[in-house]
Ligand binder design. Structure first.
Ligand code: IFM
Length: 450
């Protein structure tokens, strides 16, 4: 059955600065926490770093031409804070701003609408040395940085995202230790989350003032938290899981403060707040960005280590239950996206939603100059149909950004996982549009799925 999208539906791809740019010491850029982390032995697969990545800093012009050839209408990229303010605050590095200036002009000349994310994890190391996101001063530094960037680009960039995936910035990076800066302290993670959310809210009016007419939002990575069985214990575990992964972020962003059930659960680990913080975090926004990859099934667990007393199914569990897995070991289930979209619409009512990331890592190889990735086509197809299902039920989804434009540095997984619609040969930096990129172009052109 043909699935038609509205005529103004926006089709794009997404990337992030540290994952593609390389050129980490060029034109005045100083280290970010990801430079430090990736250069620390044992932190990334194979010791991979973003030193070169996709060399996009030098190849941006060709990359825009590639996007144009693929029919893309929008491009979500992130700005590297350490290029703009190499120490996080203080002197502005004009050459850093110039890079994004050229990029934006190039995108517009190619008819591609730029969506700029201000923070996709590359915190200047100097700020980390002063306490990072646990330090309130980092919030002020972020707002100042947002102001500088919005003043420079705001005459041409109309769509702004403050932060990408606050859950990853806080819990994945400060409680689970998987991402930079690699801390394992739950109280720290809650404090970081609070400052990230507050800084989002403080930055929104600043961006609007610097870029009149701007549409401003935040991107959350949301999960379909599902109980593994019908038992009341597992249902309660799924609520806790949802509480700390989803509601801990959705509730304050939509002006409701933090969820009481999670506050009760964490007791003294709750963040220190100042008057006005929650009000700031709840500032009305123009859209919500949602990143969705997979559902998560959880069961109650009495493990003394688990603050939330839940455990997620393992990849083996998912396989045993008939799920197909991505190369990341994540279960594939597009109904999770439909459920997340409906839930957010009904419970929070954002003015508009963009799917700012959705995609899959697949085991791609080049054969006779071609890369066939049927798994990616099936994944996108399924998730677009799920999106259309949600839209038919009234969810205001305005666009879809495939993660990612091209293969890139997948954080702790280094270059071992390929999420791109475009294959990157890291030895030569050759780009090869995969079968999915050609297929996606067809979808964009038709504005529908057959
Ligand atoms: O590569 C990441 C991206 O930086 C943030 N969202 C999830 C992607 C895939 O893991």
């Amino acid at each position: 059955m043909t699935t038609q999208f509205p005529s103004d539906f926006l089709w794009g791809t997404a990337t992030a600065s540290y994952q593609i740019e390389g050129a980490v010491t060029e034109d005045g850029r100083k280290p970010s926490i990801w430079d430090t982390f990736s250069h620390t032995p044992g932190k990334t697969h194979n010791g991979d770093t973003g030193d070169v990545a996709d060399d996009h800093y030098h190849r941006w012009h060709d990359d825009i031409a590639l996007m144009h050839s693929l029919g893309l209408q929008a491009y979500r990229f992130s700005i590297a804070w350490p290029r703009i303010l190499p120490d996080g605050t203080g002197a502005i590095n004009a050459r850093g701003l110039d890079f994004y200036d050229r990029l934006v002009d190039g995108l517009l000349a190619a008819g591609i609408r730029p969506f700029a994310t201000l923070y996709h994890w590359d915190l200047p190391q100097t700020l980390q040395d002063a306490g990072g996101w646990a330090n309130r001063a980092t919030m002020d530094a972020f707002v100042h940085y947002a102001d500088i960037v919005a003043r420079r680009l705001g005459d041409r960039v109309h769509d702004w995202i403050t932060h990408n995936e606050p859950w990853c910035i806080s819990f994945l990076s400060h409680m689970l230790g998987h991402h930079a800066p690699g801390a394992t302290d739950a109280a720290l993670a809650f404090q970081v989350a609070h400052h990230v959310l507050t800084s989002h809210g403080l930055a929104v009016p600043v961006i609007r003032a610097a870029a009149p007419g701007a549409q401003v939002g935040i991107t959350l990575n949301l999960f379909a938290s599902r109980p593994e069985s019908d038992s009341e214990a597992d249902a309660a575990a799924a609520r806790r899981h949802d509480g700390y992964l989803n509601r801990w972020f959705l509730d304050p962003v939509f002006g409701r403060g933090y969820p009481n059930d999670i506050l009760d659960l964490i007791g003294p680990l709750a963040p220190t707040m100042e008057p006005g913080d929650l009000q700031a975090a709840g500032v009305p926004t123009d859209f919500l960005g949602i990143n969705y990859y997979n559902p998560t099934y959880v069961r109650a667990s009495d493990s003394a280590q688990g603050l939330f007393k839940t455990s997620e199914l393992t990849p083996q569990d998912y396989q045993a239950r008939g799920f197909q897995l991505t190369e990341m070991g994540w279960p594939i289930d597009p109904t999770g996206l439909r459920d997340v979209l409906l839930r957010v619409h009904l419970a929070y009512g954002p003015r508009a939603i963009y799917i700012t990331e959705n995609g899959i890592a697949t085991p791609d190889t080049v054969v006779s100059g071609r890369v066939d990735d049927p798994g990616r086509i099936a994944y996108i197809d399924g998730h677009l149909r799920a999106t259309a299902d949600a839209m038919r039920l009234g969810v205001p989804v305005r666009g879809y950004f495939l993660w990612s434009l091209m293969d890139n540095f997948e954080w702790a997984w280094g270059y071992s996982k390929r999420f791109g619609a475009v294959y990157v040969d890291y030895a030569t930096q050759q780009r090869i549009a995969k079968a999915s990129a050609h297929w996606y172009k067809g979808v964009i052109t038709a504005n529908s799925l057959d």
